[in-house]
Design a protein around this ligand. Sequence first.
Ligand code: TRP
Length: 375
Amino acid sequence: MTTIDSPPAQSHPDSEPTADASTQPARRKRMLTGDRPTGKLHLGHFVGSIENRIRLQQEYESFFIIADLHMLTTSNTRAAIDQVSANARDMVLDQLSAGIDPEHATFYLQSAIPEVSELNTLFQNLVTVPRLERVPSLKDMARAAGKDEMPYGLLGYPVLQAADILCVKGDVVPVGKDNHAHVEVTREIARRFNHLYGDVFPVPTLIESEITTLVGTDGQAKMSKSLGNSILLSDDAATVRKKVTSMYTDPNRVRADIPGTIEGNPVFVYHHAFNADRDEVADLEERYRAGRVGDVEVKTKLAAAINAFLEPMRERRAVYEAQSGLVDEIIVDGTERTRREVQTVVAEAKRAMGLTGTYNQLRRKAEQARKRRGA
Ligand code: TRP
């Protein structure tokens, strides 16, 4: 039992009528997802979420957040904030290059939409502190940021994320594994809001990726820019070759004629994820297990496969890069469009909660008083 539930809202004479959902035209289901603007995207982002976004953009009306307020929960120096516009541009360009279609997708900057913060404030009373303390990713983020005490904002990270998702009434949320628990919190907040104040929000569905995390080039569990073990979507062919050449493989295999292990071996994990030539992968695996192939051949073929995978992205990137300011325009137009949507939704939420009614009553009285005075 929690202590924050109270009886469902009763209709109040001063609350404004809310539109009946059944009278509104059916709208396309919405996807909302995105990233903190911490830098360029890598192959781990691709398999963890970008790939899903590209697939889902056909089916859903798509919103992609540049979550700079979330970034502040772990990185809030002036220097970090000064990097946001460049990082946002890089991140959006990475996604456009990867195949997100700007005709269908809307990118927006979180901090430019103050109504999101307003919704965050309203949601803060729909979840308890112990519930948030059980979200495992927050402790990991605090540790990674070198903080020995949990900042208030970081504890509230999933609540702000719920505001992001629900401020456009997102129906589906494709995110990587670290974010699964956050989407669960969003679902709880949506249900609790609807229970207390009436049906305003959808209870969004998490969409998982096939590969949830990609190992780093050094064999560490996770590819991450800060660990220096990533291959960027924007890396050129020579950089990819260099990074693949120095990749970690089976440490027990000191010579090419020693049988090697495939499972968990980063070069084979990547072959599986990025090499379109399945026969080549099967052949390399067989010979690797039998001690009949050298690392050089495995890696040369891997670098070629990753480069073939990235080549169409490089071509699209060149087209965007040739038009200076285009990415900025895409972000600004998207932000303005999203803000209008969010304003409508937040107004609906405040009406459902009776907050609009509160101020309207005061306003009416104030108006009458002014009239009586003949003002
Ligand atoms: N939490 C996401 C990350 O790990 C970023 C994010 C913020 C997000 N708001 C979101 C993702 C809403 C999906 C939906 O960077």
